[in-house]
Design a protein around this ligand. Structure first.
Ligand SMILES: [Zn+2]
Length: 84
């Protein structure tokens, strides 16, 4: 098993679909960059939009997650705060 694969597959079990309801790819079909990001131990942060109320998931390194306080909404583009 490749580095990051177990973490990715766990995450797919929790969230089998992208927000547009297309199924997530099996590990073998991920890009090299995506596989590396999982190997680095990236984490998911959920941003709840204060404008439209939708939740966008951002995938980033733990250190970036510590520095970041907000990110743009994937639905309306407004900046939302991370809920942790
Ligand atoms: Zn929004």
């Amino acid at each position: 098993m490749e580095k990051g694969q177990a973490a990715y597959e766990q995450d797919v079990l929790k969230r089998p679909f992208y927000h547009d309801l297309t199924p997530r790819k099996p590990w073998e079909l991920l890009s090299k960059v995506a596989k590396q990001s999982w190997g680095y131990g990236y984490v998911d942060l959920e941003v709840k939009c204060g404008t439209c109320g939708e939740i966008t998931v951002h995938h980033m390194t733990p250190s970036a997650a510590d520095r970041t306080t907000g990110a743009s909404c994937g639905y309306c583009g407004r900046i939302g705060k991370f809920g942790r």
